[in-house]
Ligand binder design. Structure first.
Ligand code: FMN
Length: 198
């Protein structure tokens, strides 16, 4: 049941070597396909990497992180996040499958953007978030582990050059059989986030 998966899902950062059967992968991606989206624009596209292709994709991520570490930074106020991005890259190397999540209407975050475009992009990002969460819940329900990854931002230019696309790389998802069983991470208390005005 969906509500069970919502409470049982965890970010998985250790994976077993075992491959993910293509039928299961297709079911996960199809759960992403049917998500709600602003104006039903369905602004998502998924590029699935495994084996040697995954290694090539992650080489692009490695060179982006190296550039950032050498100080040629695109994100000067986010430098504190680079060690975490390194750790994420290690997790991505271990996971059998990496899905690059594209916004087909989006542009590079390093280009200027007008008000209307910003609103559209916010709505498209929300839609893509719904689609990714559908996939994470489907993965959980089918006994797989997954990690939602935004640390791709540190290698944005290298990754989109490797993908040879002008579309926006929003994030990535790592999928595989979990090699750990983490406890629930802390959450704000119900009363901290809900205000009833009945
Ligand atoms: C948009 C988004 C981006 C994230 N990016 C990363 C990431 O790059 N690396 C990572 O290890 N975890 C990443 N996470 C996972 C969060 O750290 C995790 O969801 C949070 O700590 C709560 O843990 P839980 O998912 O196990 O409940 C991301 C999560 C979201 C929603």
């Amino acid at each position: 049941m969906a509500i069970h998966s919502i409470y049982e899902r965890r970010s998985i950062r250790k994976f077993q070597k075992e491959d993910v059967p293509i039928e299961i992968l297709n079911k996960i991606l199809d759960a992403g396909r049917v998500a709600p989206s602003a104006k039903n624009r369905q602004p998502w596209k998924y590029i699935v990497f495994g084996n040697e292709q995954k290694k090539e994709f992650l080489k692009a991520m490695e060179s982006g992180l190296q550039r950032e570490e050498k100080g040629f930074t695109d994100l000067p106020e986010s430098q504190y996040g680079i060690p975490d991005a390194r750790n994420t890259l290690r997790i991505m190397q271990e996971a059998p499958i990496i899905i690059a999540v594209m916004n087909t209407n989006g542009k590079s975050p390093f280009l200027p953007i007008g008000n209307d475009e910003r609103i559209t992009e916010i709505c498209d990002s929300l839609s893509i978030g719904a689609s990714v969460e559908n996939m994470l819940l489907a993965a959980e329900e089918m006994g797989l582990g997954a990690l939602w990854i935004a640390n791709t931002c540190f290698a944005y230019k290298e990754l989109t050059a490797y993908l040879n696309t002008e579309e926006q790389l929003v994030c990535a998802v790592a999928i595989g059989y979990a090699g750990e069983n983490p406890r629930q991470r802390p959450r704000k208390k119900f009363h901290e986030i809900v205000e009833y005005r009945l």
